[in-house]
Write a protein that binds this ligand. Structure first.
Ligand code: CP3
Length: 357
């Protein structure tokens, strides 16, 4: 028997994949030993070590100080053993470079005191280089790429133009984003100008992160579920398409949204490498709708407040629906709730990593 026959290229051998290799293989729709996993909002309030760090540093200080952002990014990698590290940052950070001051109000979210509602305000928005606008983000990415090695892939991210526009126009989180939709539907030329600027800033921001060492980038279009298919197709899709086209070939891309079961084929037509889906559509059904690309998801984050055996059953259901097909990254359908017990997350990672594909 030759050594190759004694140790065939089966699970035993492939199981040596590093977290980074595993996540990148899935993002490129190649086979993996076990399904890669990370969690949205894994670097945050559900971790006691994060809350301890927040006692002495406010959120913006943490996000704009590379050493602190690195520390917060690494916390879930060390505690949970996830295959992906999501950069500790926020979708709002590029706005300061555009000349729009904002703050993150605890328990509320992003607040902008002077919202962008007129053509004049849109025309005042600046487009700087990433080095000028958010140098601390690039420094954090560079440090992290070095610190992580092959333990985990580094995921960079940005807010998508529509979701950023929601905050810019309203000035704070709302339920329906009515002023934003009124601008979108009622003043199409001003909308196009605003979306053009946000698209350009987003392309620069994500390219900068990839050049600094991000392995994969995720575009968060959190409020997309508010739109009808025709509104999405006319007012948002062209810009999203432009972003993925501009990043094509540089790194795998993930499109994120929630409540968009009615938009999935259109979202896929924007051409991301993968589509992140929430729990409202079963994973296998969603995969059928996005066609020939990868999928991320889709456990309901509220499941994690239920007993461990419920979490295990729901996790296995997601894996069963993925069916071992190449191109699945396990994640939640939206961010972890702050009251989640991190041990629940750890058990999910262990369960997935002990379930051969
Ligand atoms: O693990 C991670 O995901 C950390 C990196 C990250 C943060 N925000 C840190 C953060 C990411 C990927 C985001 C994305 C983000 N930020 C989105 C898109 C994802 C989604 O949930 O739909 C949105 C819409 C925002 C805007 C924003 N920033 C919100 C709604 C909040 C929460 C406000 C609150 O206090 O409930 C923030 C603040 C924020 N961003 C926190 C973290 C860890 C909490 C800050 C704190 O410590 O108080």
């Amino acid at each position: 028997m030759t050594p190759a026959q004694a140790f065939p290229a089966t699970n035993a051998q492939i199981a040596k994949m590093t977290g980074r290799a595993r996540l990148l293989a899935a993002a490129n729709r190649r086979p993996v030993d076990v399904t890669p996993v990370w969690f949205m909002r894994q670097a945050g309030r559900c971790l006691p070590e994060y809350r301890a760090l927040r006692q002495t540093h406010d959120f913006m200080e943490m996000a704009t100080t590379p050493e602190l952002a690195v520390e917060a990014t690494l916390m879930p990698v060390e505690r949970l053993g996830v295959d992906g590290a999501v950069l500790f940052a926020d979708i709002m950070l590029p706005l300061s470079g555009m000349g729009v001051p904002f703050r993150i109000q605890p328990g509320v979210g992003p607040v902008i005191d002077r919202p962008v509602r007129s053509l004049e305000a849109v025309e005042r928005l600046r487009v700087l280089s990433v080095e000028e606008a958010t140098p601390y983000v690039l420094d954090a990415v560079r440090l992290l790429r070095h610190e992580l090695g092959d333990r985990a892939a580094l995921l960079g991210f940005a807010g998508a133009p529509f979701t950023l526009a929601c905050y810019l126009v309203e000035g704070r989180p709302t339920r329906e984003y009515p002023l934003t939709k009124a601008l979108m539907l009622g003043q199409p030329e001003n909308w196009d100008r605003l979306m053009d600027v946000l698209t350009e800033v987003t392309i620069r921001y994500l390219r900068g992160q990839i050049e600094a060492g991000a392995d994969v980038v995720q575009l968060f279009d959190s409020w997309l579920g508010l739109l009808s298919p025709s509104q999405y197709e006319r007012c948002v899709l062209p810009y999203t398409k432009r972003i993925f086209a501009a990043l094509g070939g540089l790194a795998p891309t993930i499109h994120f949204s929630t409540g968009t079961g009615h938009l999935l084929p259109l979202i896929a037509s924007a051409n991301p490498s993968m589509v992140s889906v929430d729990w409202r559509v079963p994973l296998d059904v969603a995969w059928g709708q996005i066609g020939d690309r990868g999928i991320q998801g889709n456990l309901d984050p509220t499941t994690l407040l239920a007993p461990p055996e419920v979490v295990a059953a729901e996790t296995m259901d997601v894996l069963r629906r993925a069916g071992g097909r190449p191109g699945h990254i396990f994640n939640l359908g939206h961010g972890i709730l702050p009251q989640t017990d991190p041990d629940q997350l750890k058990r999910i990672v262990e369960l997935i990593h002990s379930s051969p594909n």
